[in-house]
Design a protein around this ligand. Structure first.
Ligand SMILES: [Zn+2]
Length: 364
């Protein structure tokens, strides 16, 4: 069976420029080929096949000499992508293929590779005209088993996805290594593995203490010695609780990053824009932003993938059947007609995982 392994890659400035240019050329070819199919259908009343378009490729390259810099196999893959888009449309899995802008055409694929040619230098992948690209491999992979290479740009970073042939018994599924995280209201975080990280009791207690001191302070006379003393006590406790909370978030993020290779999380900026005052207050309480930051730098440091996804509908959508199940903040359990009944935040975490993998081009 085939599995997919993902790593960050490190590029020189020149390589990055070349890759961006390659993406541009591939996208241009994709759009040109789509246009060609549409026109052909209008004029002749029947579509073009992949084979027919591939046969026209040499002529196109002659007219556009800039395509010399892109390996033929990569260009053929562009045509294959378009062909798949049409197949998906005809088999009612997708809408009619669209022209792509640069935000929707973000990867190139080398559909066949050879160990000697593409992985001859340890720790690098060789792509014709781009050169040797350093792979930040956080775990082993067997170059002799790599069948295809996909290079992808996402949110300011470049990744390599390797399609690797493995024996059946060594079955590894992406789901075991990838995780979705929902930053809930009752829990600090819920994961697609079904884990709920709650606000620990001692932290809740400390926060109660803090509130009590705050109330006492407000009753003390302004300018009095007692008031100053109380102020200092409060500041000290504030710091202590903040540190404890940080420690706790360090532990959670450490565990999550250690056990996973791909970490998918909601984009907090987008979530904040959803403007719900009650929600905003809880956000501040549980330190969602801090958890994000910790996860991100820990993931980066260990060469793992950290990806932010749009949180729209992640709470309402059923993670099993896709149906929208409306629920307000007080409803704790996601209960769907399809029979799925799970914690609302875990349901959201699974949707976040799916969305993240989709963005990375790993799963539909
Ligand atoms: Zn369902």
């Amino acid at each position: 069976m085939m599995i997919c392994q993902h790593f960050l890659i490190e590029l020189t400035k020149e390589q990055e420029e070349k890759l961006f240019y390659t993406l541009y050329l591939c996208r241009k070819l994709y759009n040109y080929s789509l246009d060609q199919r549409i026109k052909h259908y209008k004029e002749k009343g029947k579509g073009l096949t992949y084979r027919e378009q591939q046969n026209m490729l040499p002529q196109y390259k002659k007219e556009h000499p800039e395509y010399k810099m892109v390996q033929s196999q990569i260009l053929q893959d562009v045509l294959r992508r378009l062909d798949r888009a049409y197949k998906n449309f005809f088999e009612k899995r997708a809408k009619y293929p669209k022209f792509k802008d640069k935000y929707h055409y973000t990867s190139i694929t080398l559909p066949q590779c050879e160990e000697k040619r593409n992985f001859g230098k340890k720790g690098y992948v060789y792509i014709k005209n781009i050169g040797y690209i350093r792979i930040i491999a956080h775990r082993e992979f067997d170059p002799s088993k790599v069948k295809a290479v996909n290079i992808k740009y996402h949110a300011g970073k470049w990744y390599i996805n390797l399609s690797v042939e493995i024996e059946e018994e060594k079955k590894v599924t992406i789901g075991e290594k990838a995780i979705g995280i929902d930053k809930g209201i009752n829990a600090i975080a819920a994961t697609s593995d079904g884990e709920l990280y709650s606000n620990p009791k001692w932290l809740q207690k400390a926060e109660k203490n803090l509130k009590r001191l705050q109330r006492q302070l407000s009753r003390k006379k302004k300018g009095s010695n007692n008031r100053e003393k109380q102020k200092r006590r409060l500041a000290k406790l504030h710091e202590k609780v903040a540190n404890q909370r940080k420690d706790y978030l360090h532990k959670i993020s450490y565990n999550i990053v250690k056990n996973n290779d791909i970490i998918c999380i909601e984009d907090l900026q987008v979530k904040n824009m959803m403007k719900n005052h009650k929600l905003a207050k809880s956000i501040a309480n549980v330190g969602w932003g801090t958890l994000d930051t910790f996860l991100e730098y820990k993931a980066e440091r260990s060469g793992k993938i950290f990806i932010k996804v749009n949180p729209a509908y992640t709470t309402q959508r059923c993670s099993r059947c896709g149906k929208i199940v409306e629920k307000d903040l007080s409803v704790r359990v996601h209960k769907c007609e399809c029979g799925l009944e799970i914690d609302r935040d875990i349901n959201a975490a699974i949707n976040i995982l799916h969305e993240g993998l989709r963005q990375l081009g790993i799963a539909a």
